[in-house]
Design a protein. Structure first.
Length: 115
C-alpha cells in the first residue's frame, strides 16, 4: 500500500481523470500506459541523438522525424491541457496524432529489447 506524498499525487491524478469524465480505472491505466510509452520513446531518441552528437554521425535509431517533433514528450509535457488534448486526439503532424504515431512505431520489439 502506498502512503504519504506518492499517495497524494496518485489521488490528484485519479481526481483529475474523474472530474474530466473518465471514471473507468482500466481507461485511466490505459492512458497512463500510453503516456509512459510515448515518454520512453522520446527519452530513447534523445539518448540516441546525444550519442550521435558525440561521435559526429547521424543517429540510426529514430522514433520521430524532425517534422514530428511536436509529438515528442519533451515538447508537449508542459503544454496546457487543451493543447495536449488536441495533440492526442486530432491528426496534426503528418496526419497523425500522438496515439496514431505510437501505433505506427514499427521498431517496438527492438526498442523493448534494448532497455
Amino acid at each position: 500500500m502506498i502512503t504519504g506524498e506518492i499517495r497524494s499525487q496518485v489521488d490528484k491524478v485519479w481526481e483529475a481523470f474523474w472530474t474530466g469524465g473518465i471514471s473507468n480505472p482500466l481507461t485511466v491505466i490505459e492512458q497512463f500506459t500510453y503516456l509512459i510509452f510515448i515518454r520512453r520513446l522520446d527519452e530513447r531518441q534523445q539518448l540516441e541523438e546525444k550519442k550521435a552528437a558525440m561521435i559526429g554521425k547521424p543517429s540510426g535509431k529514430t522514433f520521430f522525424t524532425e517534422k514530428q517533433k511536436p509529438l515528442r514528450w519533451h515538447m508537449f509535457k508542459n503544454e496546457d491541457p487543451e493543447v495536449m488534448f488536441e495533440l492526442f486526439t486530432k491528426p496534426l503532424v503528418d496526419g497523425l496524432s500522438v496515439f496514431d504515431h505510437m501505433k505506427q512505431v514499427v521498431r517496438l520489439p527492438e526498442f523493448l529489447r534494448s532497455t
